[in-house]
Design a binder for this molecule. Structure first.
Ligand code: UD1
Length: 429
């Protein structure tokens, strides 16, 4: 298995191109199931999760073509996928595929809306908590679906099609909002989704669905109103830039100091985290080109944060921010409200010399003068990149193992960082 080797201590100077957002690309690819016509997606990141979803959609009968690279192309430019779901040959999403990526469960809504039936494996356990799917199922029931659980599978049917309904989510859920939104586009009549997720990835999906002919109002708010249409057409859509990737590199720069332009990043998608970073002492300027981050890597101010649904501080940046706080000049409290058990990185950060005390959903981080390199283990996507950030600041060598977690969500991570002066390389076994 590949490892990432980092020798810490260098500041970051240069340009980091920000890729298309993984969490937007996945539901957008799944939206192709809603139409008989071709959906063309631009700026799709080259990631293991995208490749796996291509296999899952291929299993349903979606033909996917990817544009190859041409001489002179920017090596960091995203790929264009053409997804053609004219014929759905199989409405089952099997366990061996769904269990490898939770987001693949989201095929349920579109298959049900377009074909009237679907059989999708329950996603199973996950390193960051139990992550149930009850909100997805309740929303589809509110749209008239019959749903049973049989041998680990969700078996859903709506022989006469879905009909509009009112869904009030008990808690903000990005995935359940995607499911209900996609299903409602083809349901008969009006659907109202209340307490819907306002994450920018939901808006990106809604904007693409509107290009496909869907009628959706209330974008960027927690109430979405959808008037169903009988069919959706093809469209062309460019995936929004990855706010989590941008926030991650901003935190890396805050950690080691330097001057980095996060090219293509959108500050408007990341305001809360950028405010928090300013409070830690880094200078942040945004422009049409992207977000520029400047810092010294010293005198990092401690700041308390609590994760919350958008527009709050994103849970997907919690681990990275904790890495930054390990070197702050004082103590900070980090509270995780979205997922239970999303503190797997704490023990690994401790191996690098961090002082973190866990009490329920709150971690108290006591900043230390220096971290020292060590072998560490990646446990999930965001946790593993927090170890990279810590490794960039640690004295000596850090070896991050189980790198496949990073490959799920960070495109060309070592290249992007080493171009800016970090000593980081992949060791393939
Ligand atoms: C998505 C993101 C993930 C991010 C998360 C929260 C993708 C591919 N993943 O995950 O990176 O960390 O949003 O911003 O976009 N819940 C239930 N029942 C349900 C569904 C969710 O109880 O049916 C709970 C979850 O356990 C969790 C909370 O709701 O506590 C939020 O989860 P949700 O927003 O659904 O996360 P995902 O969509 O899976």
């Amino acid at each position: 298995m590949d490892k990432i080797r980092i020798v810490g201590g260098n500041a970051l100077e240069g340009i980091i191109p920000i890729s298309g957002a993984k969490n937007a690309a996945l539901p957008l690819m799944i939206a192709s199931l809603l139409s008989e016509e071709r959906l063309i997606l631009e700026n799709v990141p080259r990631l293991a999760d995208v490749a796996l979803l291509q296999r899952i959609l291929g299993n349903h009968g979606v033909n996917i073509t990817t544009n190859g690279k041409r001489a002179g192309d920017d090596p960091f430019a995203g790929q264009t996928l053409e997804l053609d779901a004219r014929v759905i040959v199989d409405t089952t999403a099997p366990y061996d595929l769904v269990s490898r990526m939770r987001a693949s469960f989201w095929v349920l809504g579109p298959l049900l809306a377009r074909i009237g039936r679907a059989r999708v494996s329950l996603p199973g356990g996950c390193a960051i908590g139990t992550r149930p799917v009850d909100f997805h199922l309740d929303a589809l029931r509110a749209l008239g679906a019959d749903i049973e659980i049989d041998a680990g599978y969700v078996v859903a049917s709506a022989p006469r099609g879905l009909r509009g309904g009112r869904v009030v989510f008990p808690k903000v859920s990005v995935g359940a909002t995607h499911t209900a939104l996609m299903a409602a586009t083809l349901a008969e009549g009006e659907t109202v989704l209340e307490n819907a997720a306002r994450e920018p990835e939901v808006t990106d999906l809604a904007e693409c669905l509107i290009k496909m002919g869907a009628k959706i109002e209330g974008l960027d708010t927690s109430t979405l109103r959808i008037t169903g249409v009988s069919r959706l057409r093809g469209a062309r859509h460019s995936v929004q830039p990855d706010r989590i990737e941008a926030g991650t590199y901003a935190m890396a720069t805050a950690m080691v100091g330097g001057d980095v332009m996060l090219k293509g990043a959108r500050a408007d998608l990341l305001e809360n985290a950028l405010d928090v970073l300013r409070q830690t002492g880094v200078q942040i300027d945004s422009s049409d080109e992207g977000i520029r981050v400047r810092g010294t890597g010293n005198g990092i101010q401690p700041v308390d944060v609590t994760t919350a649904p958008y527009p709050g501080f994103p849970t997907d940046l919690q681990a990275q921010f904790m890495a930054l706080m390990t070197r702050a000049g004082g103590s900070s409290r980090i509270t995780e409200t979205i997922f239970e058990n999303r503190f797997m990185h704490v023990q690994e950060l401790a191996r690098l010399g961090a002082r973190i005390h866990l009490d329920g959903d709150t971690a108290t981080v006591e900043g230390v003068e220096r971290l020292t390199g060590a072998p560490v283990m990646a446990t999930d996507l965001r946790a593993s990149v927090s170890l990279v950030i810590a490794g960039l600041a640690a004295e000596g060598e850090t070896l991050v193992q189980r790198v496949y977690h990073l490959d799920r969500g960070f495109e060309k991570l070592e290249e992007k960082l080493s171009r800016c002066g970090a000593v980081i390389e992949r060791i393939s076994n």
